[in-house]
Ligand binder design. Structure first.
Ligand SMILES: Nc1ncnc2c1ncn2[C@@H]1O[C@H](COP(=O)(O)OP(=O)(O)OP(=O)(O)O)[C@@H](O)[C@H]1O
Ligand SMILES: O=P(O)(O)OC[C@H]1O[C@H](OP(=O)(O)OP(=O)(O)O)[C@H](O)[C@@H]1O
Ligand SMILES: [Mg+2]
Length: 285
């Protein structure tokens, strides 16, 4: 039986959460130090530990079948490679920044200027679309230093908290794209591998849905139950079970993580007591 070859970042910002996700979907790997390749014990999957920046080429060449990779890298180097799932971690954006002291009125200010970046294709495409012509200087790391050492008038790099820009006296002036970790898939997969991929996608969706929700249990007097149910959507409808104490019930439901604090306040106001909120490991609808 063939195995699906999945690439994950060998070391860096994506590595730990990628391995955690594989573990959460039931794929256990003996992650020996300095290993470049490992087989899952309980699933037809082989994991390759590679550099994030090299993964698009491996996918194109069909050396690996799928990968957990930053969407920004896929946009830069992964033409023709599809995204099977967005994974919700390593969120960031790719931005153009200029020195704080520079007056910036719009993209035309970049005409003829030097832009330092590790994302030349992304920058070139953006400038072409806007009809701006600038000189792109490719740098592979510490891009934010470029304006301070006289190498460029602007940079284009990843921004997350903005602290690297701040430390280098730069300000963000254009956002080219938003990115997160994604499950990318090689354009050529045989039927057998496609079937393994579908199983993986199903498991990932269950984990991601679980992460978005909380399981809530509470107690309430029976005459308050209807009011409480009205603020609890639940997957189908909330479960109501009688308590040993007469006139009281326990209500169980699932609520979205984003609505959570608002709903809790409303529940308390409507007479709920002993509210328990539990994480959901997996959720299959
Ligand atoms: N500050 C950040 N906050 C959130 N996500 C980030 C941040 N920096 C990078 N990322 C995301 O994580 C990915 C990997 O970044 P990281 O710095 O670990 O690797 P790299 O040095 O770019 O790549 P390689 O594995 O090829 O050495 C990036 O492509 C991006 O999607
Ligand atoms: O907005 P912030 O939260 O400060 O994050 C942005 C910084 O994070 C990344 O660098 P990283 O730390 O991965 O170092 P690297 O350049 O060596 O990859 C990116 O290249 C930026 O420099
Ligand atoms: Mg980095």
């Amino acid at each position: 039986m063939s195995k699906l070859r999945i690439a994950v970042q060998k070391a860096g910002r994506l590595h730990d959460e990628s391995m955690e996700l594989l573990k959460n979907i039931g794929i256990s790997i003996d992650n020996g130090k300095d290993q470049l390749k490992a087989s899952a014990r309980n699933f037809p999957v082989e994991v390759f530990y590679l550099r994030n920046g090299d993964i698009p080429q491996y996918l194109k060449d069909g050396v690996v079948d799928a990968a957990i990779i930053g969407e920004n890298v896929l946009i830069e180097k992964g033409e023709g490679i599809g995204i099977a799932e967005k994974l919700g971690f390593s969120t960031c954006r790719v931005c153009i920044a200029v020195p704080k002291a520079t007056k910036y009125n719009g993209l035309t200010d970049l005409e003829g200027k030097r832009i330092a970046t590790s994302y030349p294709n992304t920058v070139q495409k953006y400038l072409d679309e806007k009809g701006i012509s600038a000189n792109i200087h490719i740098i592979n790391g510490s891009v934010e230093i470029a304006p301070n050492i006289g190498l460029a008038e602007a940079i284009c790099d990843i921004v997350s908290s903005g602290s690297t820009l701040f430390k280098n006296n730069l300000k963000e002036v254009e956002t080219l794209l938003k990115s997160e970790a994604v499950l990318a898939v090689s354009p050529v997969l045989n039927q057998e591998k496609q079937a393994i991929l579908e199983k993986i996608q199903f498991r990932i969706q269950s984990v991601l849905k679980g992460r978005e929700s909380k399981y809530v249990l509470l107690n309430a007097p029976n005459d308050k139950i209807q009011d409480i149910i009205n603020v609890l959507p639940g997957m189908k409808s909330p479960t109501v079970l009688p308590l040993a104490q007469e006139g009281w019930s326990s209500v169980h439901s699932v609520i979205s993580k984003n609505e959570f604090w608002d709903v809790i306040d409303e529940l308390k106001a409507k007479g709920a007591q002993g509210i328990l909120v539990c994480p959901i490991e997996k959720m299959v609808l």
